[in-house]
Design a protein around this ligand. Structure first.
Ligand SMILES: N[C@@H](CCC(=O)N[C@@H](CS)C(=O)NCC(=O)O)C(=O)O
Length: 220
């Protein structure tokens, strides 16, 4: 039996989408975030890092959303719904599958943390300094890199309908989390192909079934 350990408002949505696309039966165990927005300690009973998503398949426990998608592709995807067969599509699939967590998410996590710094408890006279430093890091380091990332994605989606070509794949699932998260707080109107792709994601029946079960990511 497949069990998806799902942290509310999190990357687990990707895996629910994949499981729905493959038409697999699975249980969802939902964990609520702590007041500090972290995962509860109970998730560490499933995997030592206690980060979601985690998938259990019988005795096997798999963490890392990219690794989980690859596992599902290897074990349950005889019709290549998650992982394309052709060489060119496979290259795009691999690139974007890794890009999502390797290049995109670290920037978003940094942005989230630096945005939060000025509102953390601290002596009142330190706050303006903290705010200046945070804004400087966001403006000079994070924003330009994020714009490069979005330009790269926009350019790719100008040529391809989905990340790996004509068909939806696990690469779209990996890329959905950072792009949905970003679009919930930042206008993407300068990136019409990303917006078109986000619209297609939201229209996908398997995505809609997943969201009905685990919810869509809301605020970043
Ligand atoms: N690279 C990992 C990241 C896992 C991760 O950081 N998950 C977040 C949820 S979106 C988490 O569990 N956060 C809770 C915490 O850090 O306490 C993946 O793609 O699965």
């Amino acid at each position: 039996m497949l069990v998806l350990h799902h942290l509310e408002n999190s990357r687990s949505q990707r895996i629910a989408w994949a499981l729905e696309l493959l038409g697999l039966e699975y249980d969802i165990k939902t964990y609520l975030r702590t007041p500090e927005q972290t995962a509860p300690e109970t998730l560490k009973r499933i995997h030592p890092l206690g980060h979601a998503p985690i998938l259990q398949d019988g005795d096997l426990t798999i963490a890392e959303s990219g690794a989980i998608l690859e596992y599902l592709a290897d074990e349950y995807d005889s019709n290549q719904k998650l992982k394309p067969l052709s060489k060119v599509e496979r290259r795009d699939y691999q690139y974007w599958l890794h890009f999502a967590e390797g290049s995109f998410m670290p920037l978003l996590v940094m942005m989230l943390l630096f945005r939060k710094i000025p509102s953390q408890p601290m002596p009142f006279f330190v706050r303006p300094v903290a705010k200046t430093i945070s804004n400087k890091v966001i403006e000079s380091f994070i924003d330009p890199r994020l714009r490069d990332v979005l330009n790269l994605i926009e350019d790719h989606l100008r040529q391809k309908h989905w990340f790996a070509g004509e068909h939806l794949s696990g690469a779209d699932m990996q890329m959905s989390f950072p792009l949905l998260a970003l679009s919930s707080t930042t206008s993407l109107e300068d990136f019409p192909h990303i917006e078109r792709w986000l619209g297609n994601v939201r229209k996908d029946p398997a995505y809609q079934r997943a969201v009905a079960k685990v919810g869509e990511f809301q605020v970043f």
